[in-house]
Design a protein around this ligand. Sequence first.
Ligand code: NAD
Length: 328
Amino acid sequence: MEKVQLEQRAAELNKVLTQYGHEYYDLDAPTVPDAIYDQLMKELIEIEEEYPDLRFPDSPTQRVGGQTLTAFEKVTHDHPMLSLGDTFSEEDVRAFDERVRQNIGDNFRYVCELKIDGLAISLKYVDGVFVQGATRGNGTIGENITENLKTVRSVPLRLTKPVTLEARGECYMPKRSFNNLNKERAEREENLFANPRNAAAGSLRQLDPKIAASRNLSTFMYALGTNGEEFGLTCHSDALDFLEELGFRSNHERRICTSLDEVFAYIEEWTEKRPTLPYEIDGIVIKVDDYDQQQELGNTVKVPRWSIAYKFPAEEVVTKVLDIDLTV
Ligand code: NAD
């Protein structure tokens, strides 16, 4: 395509991705499958990489999440809550691994985890007592959903130690609860939730905590808000054990991998075993374990450079995406 056509296409993609993002993040009601969003986003990233001057300052490729338009009080995160870079193929994962090796050499290990398809949350504790729960929002400012999170049984109201910290993780709706909820909604002739992720987000962003309480939500916590130095932690995998010790629920399917072959074996295993899980996952997250090495690799404005998400192939059939007329 000529540059002038690409400019037009980039403008259309910006517009339509912003609209889809609003429906997904702010309204919890997507109108297109994730695979279509991902494919259009990939197209925009490729255009912007080829012609950086076509990257609008407000491009969705540069922003995390939505707009935090709800009636909830706003919360400014102490440290930004980033998204994750996406990969869709073995080739992309190899390219990520090469970038990591170019920067920190070959002496490192990965932690592979399931990518839970829920809503990112931040939980704050002072002297071991739960004081604030928030959504990721746009990464800098989230929504204060403390009262709703208090109703989630796996969120400890008091930790086993009187520590002051922020824990981060995913709040999700188990498959069975999602199916029951949609069945009840169908009986009442109410709109159905598109998937468990949107159902979890929609439940947590209700002003009445009784609704969240009735939705059988759960959590897996996967990070501290800081790099854990104050607790003598030096790597991510130790932080996950520490979170468990404190009373949080973390996902036990994680695995330390010392080679790319082990990473691919993990991906293959979970691609197969995914349907057997009682909750939805939409990929695998691959993280460099050591905190110093993470810091060396750093972050972009939107994603860490020490971690990547491998997304499972779409279950929906996505055809003719590139033919979509975005102007209508
Ligand atoms: P994302 O959901 O693809 O990945 C980042 C998130 O993964 C993190 O914020 C965290 O919440 C989560 N996560 C789950 N398990 C994790 C683990 N073990 N470790 C670390 N993080 C973990 O990124 P996003 O920016 O939240 O959303 C983008 C995705 O949302 C798109 O790829 C698309 O699939 C979907 N989306 C769809 C539409 C639509 O219209 N259908 C619109 C916007 C976004």
